[in-house]
Design a protein around this ligand. Structure first.
Ligand code: BTN
Length: 241
């Protein structure tokens, strides 16, 4: 077992566990469990994962300012998931739905929940469908809300292989963000932008905005085009696309 890995038989939520102990966890520590009993998703939703879904949280500590922008680190996390999965499943193309849902063919492969217990720390929680044993209720879902898994696209990698790459790409991405900002990461994000050219509806704190996805700017904001106007959105939730 690598020294950076904290493996728990079961826990309510790896994010909650890490949020409660962040001061004792080093940069790059990974909290992993086979069984979460109270997993949490974005926007206050519960997150339930059957066996075969990787549930883990990676801790990033501030070095010289790279964690200042919560939006940017969320994008780095999405890109790290995409790169790790593409390395391990030959031919796989992972798309990213801003800010950081990982999709394959419009179906959800992984969800990410970034939380900050302190201004200098981010806990990056990842729920990634490696080879899930779905219940029958999964098959009843409409296609648009269905999930996909790595196992649907090739021999599924081990959780440890995924975590090793995820951790490396997160560290590299966070380091780049620190030294050069989001600019060098934008080509990788743009190449995987699931919203580009699509009509989307985004719920923001100021209400709903509808427009056509027009990329991501150097601050990590989603660009939405309505007529000749391009509106940058710093935070929000895609409700339709
Ligand atoms: C989402 O798509 O809503 C984000 C889901 C994030 C789930 C992961 S599983 C590991 C970590 N622990 C949690 O309680 N949540 C995240």
């Amino acid at each position: 077992m690598p020294p950076w890995l904290i493996s728990l038989e079961s826990c309510p939520s790896t994010n909650t566990w890490a949020m409660e102990r962040w001061a004792a966890l080093a940069h790059g520590a990974v909290v992993w469990t086979e069984q979460q009993t109270a997993g949490r998703g974005r926007n206050g939703h519960a997150w339930q994962a059957p066996p075969g879904v990787l549930t883990a949280s990676i801790i990033l500590h501030h070095r010289s300012g790279f964690l200042g922008d919560a939006g940017a680190i969320a994008l780095v996390a999405g890109l790290a998931v995409a790169l790790a999965c593409e390395d391990l499943v030959p031919g796989l193309q992972v798309d990213l739905k801003w800010p950081n849902d990982a999709l394959v063919n419009h179906r959800k492969l992984a969800g990410i929940l970034c939380e900050r217990p302190d201004s200098g720390v981010v806990v990056v929680g990842i729920g990634l469908n490696i080879d899930p044993r779905w219940g029958d209720d999964h098959r009843a879902l409409p296609v648009a809300t269905q999930a996909t898994s790595l196992a649907e696209h090739g021999p599924p990698p081990t959780a440890l292989a995924v975590l090793t790459r995820l951790r490396r790409y997160l560290d590299e991405g966070a380091g780049l963000l620190d030294r050069k900002g989001l600019g060098p990461l934008l080509p990788g994000l743009e190449a995987r932008d699931a919203l580009f050219g699509r009509v989307c509806v985004v719920a923001t704190g100021d209400g709903e905005i509808r427009g056509i996805g027009a990329g991501i700017d150097a601050q990590g904001r989603l660009l939405l085009k309505t007529g000749q106007t391009v509106t940058p959105i710093a935070s929000g939730h895609i409700t339709a696309w």
